[in-house]
Write a protein that binds this ligand. Sequence first.
Ligand code: SAM
Length: 254
Amino acid sequence: MAISHDNTTASIYLSSTHIETIRSKLGLDHVKLIQQNVEHFTENEGAMRDSIVESYFGKDGLEFLISLIVENLPLGNSLLDLGVGTGTFFYPITARTKALQSYGLDATPRMLELFAEKNTELKLDVDVILGDMEQISLSLEVNRKERDIQIPKKFSSIVSTLALHHIPDTEAVFREVSTLVEDDGTVIFVDSIDESDDSTPDPEHAHSGFKSAKLVELAKRYFTQVDLQILDLICGDSSCDSFGNQMFLLKMQK
Ligand SMILES: C[S@@+](CC[C@H](N)C(=O)[O-])C[C@H]1O[C@@H](n2cnc3c(N)ncnc32)[C@H](O)[C@@H]1O
């Protein structure tokens, strides 16, 4: 698979050789959970991702979440979205925050291909990064080198929606984002709360949700300003193992 979409403002190009080399340099082929995720998102979600997210929250719930994220971000930002998928949240956030440069990182090439296709109409100045949320700095470095593209060293906004529960080492993600966000920048994670001790995650999930006290404790290891909002919004899709969980927005600043 090669990802190639040219338009007047942006050119997204990730050849099949790039994909192979980047996956190999990041060791992605050796991580079983990442393999399961790539298979799941390629085969089961892909083109349907926007409607799947709508089935979780309804149109109004999705709009509420997007607006809340946008309210908490600076305008004219440089944006990095982790586990971007097909850009369900990324594109409205990029447009509404008038982001100057935006990047979507994901481990699944098919999701990035669908993400890039959306931009043929939108023509925003965006690019994709094939990478791993536990190794964000290395992912950026390998993409810069292999694809000869410019990616900022730091970002004013780092966002991630509904992806953190796929990543085993939450602390590694927080540590990485703390080094990549600008000193006056903002980091936002949206995912679900699960305070129970006995939930078993789906095979492609690392967590069935997050305990609020643990999230705040981990965040405070790397950020001085930590605000966890438990939202009046639940995942309403009975086929999802987050069904019935309340959503959170975690905002972190240095
Ligand atoms: C539930 S989807 C969320 C997509 C998008 N953020 C949204 O809200 O629709 C999770 C995404 O995380 C990606 N993903 C899973 N494990 C990853 C990892 N280790 N590094 C980067 N992306 C990963 C998957 O490929 C998938 O696109």
